[in-house]
Design a protein around this ligand. Sequence first.
Ligand code: ADP
Ligand code: MG
Length: 214
Amino acid sequence: MSTLLLAQDIGHSFDYELFSNINFELQSGESVAILGRSGSGKSTLLHIFSSFTKPNFGNVELLSNTLYSLSTQEMEMIRRHDIGIVFQSHYLFKGMKAFDNIEIASLLSNQNIDKSLLKALQIEETMEQRIGELSGGQQQRVSIARVLSKKPKIIFADEPTGNLDKETARLVMNVLLKYTKEHNSALLLVTHDEEMAKMCEKKYLLEDKKLTQF
Ligand SMILES: Nc1ncnc2c1ncn2[C@@H]1O[C@H](COP(=O)(O)OP(=O)(O)O)[C@@H](O)[C@H]1O
Ligand SMILES: [Mg+2]
């Protein structure tokens, strides 16, 4: 086991203080959920951990790098090769075929597309269709296949199952968890959905500006 992410004494405010003195660690092979109500600051915390928001206070070590002292190019390399980000709303090229969307990501990171992944996500049949022709839930699964095709060392997932029915949500979570185990990667899920959080090995609650394991 190795430490992939170490965050110390993180604090951040926008119009008011969102949280302070947050300490968090993510080890290889682990799946961890951060549960919290809407507006509690989950997405902000995930952005801080994943290189997109520099916190007002504290230090983030990501894959043995002091994240917010890296150059733009170094950060870009980590984003491209080492981390995978799954959002609730997906960023796909709408006019392109589903397959081409996944291929771009795998080409950029020099990885092969894992066909068994498409099968597990139940999207093999959609590969020749354009993104605009797919349902929201199918698009979400294409975006997850796209992220996993990069073979990331850490997956950051922000409400990844928010737009999915329960059965599909569970299927997607199982794919993410299986990937994490098989690649000795790590999954950090932020969600308001207790049922999804329960599927992870460790659970934290973000509440009253504090992060507590429960
Ligand atoms: N870039 C930003 N600028 C100003 N306020 C923001 C920004 N991002 C988030 N906020 C505010 O921070 C609070 C927490 O947001 P967020 O982290 O998205 O919470 P959650 O994901 O738990 O719903 C909200 O009140 C939101 O309006
Ligand atoms: Mg959010």
